[in-house]
Ligand binder design. Structure first.
Ligand SMILES: Cc1cc2nc3c(=O)[nH]c(=O)nc-3n(C[C@H](O)[C@H](O)[C@H](O)COP(=O)(O)O)c2cc1C
Length: 216
């Protein structure tokens, strides 16, 4: 069995305990666990991010937020629309959502409930009695009333108030411009990474002759 550590930077979407961004964390972990291969996660939504992660020593990347905004993702269309609309500064880390698993830091898109609780969100607030229901969804095919501060993410089966829901996403939402099929996203991402590595980066060091004459 080959163990492949995954390194998640603080910009990543969803549950996130990291306090350091991927750019600083990844090379340190690569050095610490060498020769084990490392998977990089956090903030990667296009080929430039893939190329950067490979340059920092990763062998592979893990992409979350970009693929939530894919045609195939079982995320509600309004959730996908909000990822596309979000800029990096619309993403915050909060422990607000956790009716099911309290006090876990998550990166989410700021909506009304997140804005209302800013500065008071280092723990999940206690449940109201009677419970305050902000939406309905299905869990395992069964109806599931979503209580206020539920961490359950909206799927196509969800209805309710999106200003009250947990909309997990990382800072890379700022790079997501449209919902596309997952295969297109991955193909474009890898083609762009190849273009960056073999094109613009290669161009910076120039052809071998130019490099030699510069050194001489
Ligand atoms: C909607 C969503 C749900 C996630 N759920 C989990 C999870 O249940 N467990 C986990 O370890 N990571 C989870 N993650 C984190 C991803 O595995 C990954 O580390 C992260 O998405 C990478 O950063 P990015 O979102 O900037 O691409 C989730 C991420 C997103 C966006």
């Amino acid at each position: 069995m080959v163990l492949t550590p995954s390194v998640q930077g603080s910009e990543a979407g969803g549950h996130n305990h990291a306090s350091v961004a991927l750019f600083s964390l990844l090379p340190a972990i690569v050095d610490a666990v060498a020769p084990l291969p490392v998977i990089a996660a956090g903030g990667i939504a296009d080929g430039r991010g893939v190329a950067a992660a490979l340059a920092l020593g990763a062998e592979a990347v893990c992409v979350g937020t970009r693929l939530v905004a894919s045609s195939e993702a079982s995320a509600h269309e309004e959730y996908k629309r909000r990822i596309v609309a979000a800029g990096a500064a619309d993403i915050v880390r909060t422990c607000l959502f956790g009716r099911e698993w309290p006090d876990q830091p998550m990166r989410v898109i700021r909506n009304r409930v997140v804005a209302e609780w800013a500065g008071k969100d280092d723990r999940t607030p206690s449940a109201a009695h009677p419970p305050q229901i902000i939406g309905q969804t299905l869990m395992g095919g069964q109806p599931y009333p979503m209580q206020k501060f539920s961490a359950v993410l909206p799927t196509p089966d969800t209805s309710g108030d999106f200003e009250e829901m947990c909309l997990a996403a990382g800072e890379s939402a700022g790079l997501v411009k449209e919902v596309k099929p997952a295969a297109t996203i991955v193909r474009e991402m890898m083609a762009e990474a190849e273009g960056v590595i073999g094109g613009s980066l290669q161009g910076m060091i120039g052809p071998p002759e130019a490099k030699r004459s510069h050194v001489n």
